[in-house]
Structure formats: structure tokens, C-alpha cells
Design a binder for this molecule. Sequence first.
Ligand code: 5CU
Length: 372
Amino acid sequence: MRVVDIHTHMYPPSYIKILESRSAIPLVRTFPQAADPRLILLEAEVKSLEEATQDATAKLPGRPLTSHFASLAQKVHFMDTHGIDISVISLANPWLDFLSASESGKMAESVNEEFSRMCSEHPGRLFFFATLPLTAPLETLLAAVSHVQGLKYCRGIILGTTGLGKGLDDPALLPILEAVAAAHLTVFLHPHYGLPNEVWGPRASAEYGHVLPLALGFPMETTIAVTRMYLAGVFDKVRDLRMILAHSGGTLPFLAGRIESCVMHDGQLVREGKVGKGRRTVWEVLKEQIYLDAVIYSEVGLKAAIDATGADRLMFGTDHPFFPPLETDEQGEWESVSLNAAAVTKAVGEGSGEATAIMGGNAISILRLDQD
Ligand code: 5CU
């Protein structure tokens, strides 16, 4: 069995430099009371950033920026420690979303070249999902798709849910999705923005750590983005589009039936002829155009994911370097990884054909990892 990790991130050193120069999120900041600089990414961390800036005894915002985020040697060490044969690395959130139109094209080119160079240092062990300069003009964006299509180890693109600023159901995004599909690049859809802070209530920032935005905000963001794409007919308009959804599709496998029923019973959609013969159901789209990662940490969620798309569309991932162990050595085994591996075993049986497929076989064939 070959093990492939398709959900594994890095921030190359040039990207970290940009974060260090910033005063608004995303940013990297050093605090006198901590050895590692802090990586502060999420809207939910803004309040604790302000508090720690004013009060040296306040709890530190964000997460420690350890060598796991930017060091290639560390990534390979992590792979070796966990028996991972191949990793498909990608820039972590929020990608290039915060750069201006004039900056993002050049930065995308340099980040993608850097990922390409890292992969070439470990041929056959590393591939990558490229990053697109979504704030740049259409022409620059299309040029970026052509550029990454020509990079030997590129197998797709990582995409957030905002698209060009109006979401993934925005008609202006269609030419990009068409170009990506025509280039046989798989989209890895990943959340970043979650839900508005008010949803978490007044106690969240002080008392609940990152649990609500990460456990609930991220999956709901993915679910909403893909449902909007479905309702806008994006999957029919770009029939060759293939998307891997992070975190086993958010809550889509669980909610697909309800989404489907709401579509069938919606007076407006029925009147507008959108529910007639020939409509592909959410279930059909899931089985034809969607892949899911297996980053759900429990066999309960994983079984729902398998039921929704089929075991031949699931791919193992770790979410490294996020979710490090807090009480054991970071250079050793990570519980977040073993939880995901154990979920596969519990869901489909140790050593089964389905386990072999989910742990690596599916990724090798879907992402052509046996080809140069
Ligand atoms: O811990 C986190 O904030 C994150 C994140 O930002 N991105 C990710 O992929 N996983 C966890």
C-alpha cells in the first residue's frame, strides 16, 4: 500500500516575509513572552490580537509559527515519520487573497515556481496544487493557469471559496473554471473565512479557543460554497470540472439529502423550470464531479463521505502543519494523523481494497502521480 497525503500545506519563506511585513491579518508577529513568532490568520483571532498587543499578560493570538510551516526538510521528516510515500503540497490559507491586483500575478508566479522547485528536490515524492492570483485581471489569471499547467509536478490548483470576490457561483469566474478544467487541473477547494464572528457569541474569543471557527465555520463555508455552485448550475456549465473538497466536503455528505429535498420543493425553482427532467441531482454531481479528502477524524463522518461519493473518490490527508500535538514531541507522531488513518481502518477494514484505495491508490490514479 502506498500512502498519499493530498491535504498538506506549506508557506514558502517568501510568503512568510510578506506576512511579517503586515499589520492586518493575515500576519506574523513576534511577542516578547513567546519563543516562536505567532501566525495570525483568522477573523476570529483579531480580538485576541488586539488584546495581546495592548497587554503582555493576555493570551497569545493565533498559533506558533514553527519550522513545520516553511521548511521542506521538516515536511519530508513528517512524511517519513508517518509512513507517507507521496505528498501533494499546497499553499495554506488565505493564499494570495489579500494581495492587490498589481501584486498578485507576480507573487503567484514566484510561489508556484517555488513549489515546483521544492517538488523537483524530491522527484516522485512531492507534487503540488498551485495557487491562482484571484485578485488579478482575467488575462493575468488565465496566464497563471497556462503557467502552472506547464509545471511538471503541478496536479491542480488550491482554491478558496471567495473566487473573484463574489463567491464560486459568480458567472465571471466561469472562464477560469473552464480553463482549469480544460488544463486537466483538479481544484482542491479549501475554506478560510468561516462564518461571521457574531455567530460564535460573545464568549467564544475568550473561552472557546479556535474550536468553533475551525470545527464548524470551515465545514459550513465549504458546504455553502459548493451548494451555491450547484444552484447556479456551475457543474453543468463546466462538465469537466473536478473538485476535491477539503474536510470530507464540510457537511455536504450529511446534508445532500436535505439540499436535494429543498430544491425539489422550492416553488420558485419549480416555476422557473429548474427542477424538471434532465436535472442532475446533488447526489449525481457528488458521484461524477466531486472527490473528498478523508480529513474528518472519525469513521462516522468518513462513512457518510463514502456513502455520498463512493470509496473510489476519497483521498487521505493530514492537514499538516495544522493540528500539531500539544503535549508530545512535534518531531514524533501526530495524533491528528493517526485519527484520520484509524478512521479509514474503522470505516472500511484494515488492509481492505477500499483502505488501500483511500490511503493512496485513489490519489495516484486521480492525480496521475505515477506520471512525470
Ligand atoms: O488551525 C487553523 O487555523 C487552520 C487553518 O488556518 N487552515 C487549515 O488548513 N487548517 C487549520
